[in-house]
Structures are given as structure tokens and as C-alpha cells.
Design a protein around this ligand. Structure first.
Ligand SMILES: Cc1ncc(C[n+]2csc(CCOP(=O)(O)OP(=O)(O)O)c2C)c(N)n1
Length: 340
């Protein structure tokens, strides 16, 4: 059976009110602004290794704006846009990418956990968090995200099956950006669409044009509503592309062509939404400039806050693993202290 790819902007359709459309664009522009700044800071030695998301803003922001602030986000390393749009302060995110302990402690009230670096480990834990909410009588939905490569991990299959069986209120977003670092999707699986796998778990699977913010947002809203009503999880696959390297330690010219990158650059999700807004008289150069000025000011303020964070104590690297430092942490700390 052929799966349909949900899209609107390509067809000139715009099934969204002005306010929601502008909120989507503003949040995407803010995320892109962060990504560009973060790449520069990393090159200046002011952030550690950084995983850019440029090109994937529609997928992440579309999901974030479909959530309530009382819902939870369980992200992986490429989800800075999802975290920002769900309310994580910029300075906390900068500190996270600086590997500063103050960046590991997300503020009270921001319902997001730290990004998971071991691929797919976020999936079973997101399901656990969703079930914990149900046991506690909360109405929170959990949104978690994974890359196309991550779906080859056992944790992905176990997590989705478990969520299906227990009807857990989870939205699983797959950001299919075509590559697991240098490995193209076709070398990783025989299916055309990852959402096809949903049928094997007995849950709805939806494929959206992941560079169409309206399509992602509307489908994410349906998935969130289903989860909140007790109708269980959804697998939402967003077809997209990462315009930047895998991380700041990667050189994509070794595994993909300039032509391919150019093709996707023309499908930049920001340009597509902005074009549609401009056609409807909802956006123009002046508004763009005002927004960029605002973002510049906000970023400068937030960067100053990050820079003002006190130097972490070396012990913090081994603290917080358990309530009290166990023998393994104590031994690690002895070694670190001897090396210092
Ligand atoms: C369990 C595990 N195995 C391997 C890695 C190394 N690794 C980091 S990113 C990555 C590829 C992930 O690709 P994908 O899931 O498509 O996500 P993307 O990076 O494209 O967002 C791998 C294999 C890891 N972090 N964790």
C-alpha cells in the first residue's frame, strides 16, 4: 500500500490561522538564529562539540507548538530547536553545549529532560514517563524524537511495541534526514517509509513533508490530541534534511554531493513558510528585520547569563550520579584529582 505524504505549502494550501502561522515562523526563525550563533561560538572555542539542526526547524518546532507546556519533551542531541520552542532558556541550552553542569539542570517548570546521546535510549524512557503520568493521574503527553538511523536500534522497536500495548500517551517523531552520519537511509532499511513500521506495532503511522511547518504542526496536533484522549501513541515521520554537518566534528562533503545539498537548500523550511506568509501579506522585510533585532538582543542577554555562570567544581563531574557518591565515583574522583 502506498503511504501518502502530508503536505500543504507545495500545493499552495495554507490551512492555518494567521496567529498560529506567525508563531510557527517566529519560533523557527529564533531556532535558526540560535543554531547559527551556536556554530560560531563553537568555532570560537566557546561551546563544545555541537550538533546543528539547520534545515529541521519545521519538524521540531511544528511538534513543540502542538504541545502544552505541561507536556514533556524527551529529546536526543539534535533537538535544540524542539527544546527552545518548548521553553528551555537559551542560556541553559548554551551551558548544556558547554558541558557545564548548570546546563544539565533544566529549570523547574520546563518539562524536558537532557538530550540523550546514546541512540534510541530516549525511546523506552519516554514511554516510561508517559505511563508514570497516567499512574499519577496527570494528563501529560510525552513527545520524543529520533533520527532515521536510530530506528534501527532495538530500543526503538521495544519502546514502540510497549507503548502500543500499554496505550501510552506518546508522540514518536522520526526526523528522517536521510543519513545516520554518513550512512544513507537506503543502506539502513528495506522499507520506503519508516512510518510504515507503525502497522507492525498496531498504531497509526503518518508521513509528513518535514520541511512544511504547517503539515508537521497539524499532524502533530492530531497525534497529541489522540494521546491525550487515551487513544495511544502515534509514529510521525518527518521527511527532512540536515543542511549542516552531523556535528561540528563532521565533514559532509565526504559522503554527499553539493548538488544534493543545493536541492534541499531550495526546500529550506524557513524560506517556504516565509514565502507563503509574504504571499498573504503577513510578513515582509521590515518585520523580518525587527524580529532579527529582537533575537540579537535576546541572544546577547542570554549569552551574558551563560558566561556569568560560575566555573563548575571539578567534583561535579562525578557528583549527581547517585544521591551520595558511591565507591566507583569516589575512585574516579581520586584519579581525576591526582591528574589535576
Ligand atoms: C548507541 C549508540 N550507538 C552509536 C552512536 C554513535 N552515533 C552518534 S550519532 C549516530 C547516527 C545517528 O543517526 P540518526 O539516528 O539518523 O540521527 P541524526 O544524527 O541524523 O539526527 C551514531 C551512530 C551513539 N551515539 N549511540
Amino acid at each position: 500500500m502506498k503511504l501518502k505524504v502530508v503536505s500543504y505549502l507545495d500545493k499552495g494550501e495554507f490551512p492555518l490561522g494567521e496567529e498560529e502561522a506567525l508563531a510557527l515562523y517566529r519560533a523557527m526563525r529564533r531556532a535558526r538564529f540560535f543554531d547559527e550563533k551556536a556554530l560560531t561560538l563553537q568555532r570560537q572555542g566557546r561551546l563544545g562539540v555541537y550538533a546543528p539542526f539547520m534545515g529541521q526547524e519545521a519538524a521540531q518546532v511544528g511538534l513543540a507548538l502542538a504541545l502544552k507546556r505541561t507536556d514533556w519533551v524527551v529529546p536526543s542531541y539534535r533537538e535544540s530547536a524542539l527544546l527552545l520552542a518548548h521553553g528551555l532558556p537559551i542560556h541553559t541550552l548554551l551551558l548544556y553545549w558547554r558541558a557545564h553542569p548548570a546546563g544539565w539542570r533544566f529549570p523547574e517548570g520546563v518539562r524536558a529532560v537532557n538530550p540523550y546521546i546514546p541512540i534510541a535510549t530516549q525511546i523506552p524512557q519516554a514511554v516510561g514517563l508517559a505511563l508514570a503520568g497516567r499512574y499519577r493521574g496527570e494528563d501529560w503527553v510525552v513527545a520524543t524524537s529520533i533520527g532515521d538511523g536510530g530506528t534501527s536500534e532495538g530500543d526503538f522497536h521495544e519502546g514502540l511495541n510497549f507503548a502500543a500495548v500499554f496505550n501510552a500517551p506518546v508522540v514518536f517523531l522520526v526526523q528522517n534526514n536521510g543519513y545516520a552520519i554518513s550512512v544513507p537511509r537506503a543502506k539502513q532499511m528495506r522499507v520506503d517509509y519508516i512510518a510504515r513500521r507503525a502497522e507492525g506495532y498496531g498504531i497509526p503511522g503518518v508521513v509528513v513533508d518535514g520541511n512544511d511547518a504547517i503539515a508537521v504542526y497539524l499532524e502533530a496536533k492530531k497525534a497529541v490530541a489522540r494521546a491525550r484522549k487515551g487513544e495511544g501513541p502515534t509514529l510521525l515521520e518527518a521527511l527532512t534534511y540536515r543542511l549542516a554537518p552531523h556535528t561540528t566534528s563532521d565533514d559532509p562533503s565526504r559522503y554527499r554531493t553539493r548538488e544534493e545539498e543545493e536541492t534541499w537548500r531550495r526546500k529550506d523550511p524557513l524560506l517556504r513558510l516565509r514565502g507563503a506568509l509574504e504571499e498573504r501579506g503577513l510578513w515582509d522585510g521590515e518585520r523580518e528585520k525587527a524580529l532579527l533585532d529582537e533575537l540579537e538582543e535576546e541572544f546577547a542577554r542570554e549569552l551574558a547569563l551563560a558566561d556569568a555562570a560560575p566555573e563548575p567544581r571539578p567534583e561535579e563531574i562525578v557528583e549527581h550520579v547517585y544521591k551520595e557518591m558511591g565507591p566507583d565515583q569516589r575512585r574516579a574522583w581520586e584519579v581525576l584529582r591526582a591528574d589535576a
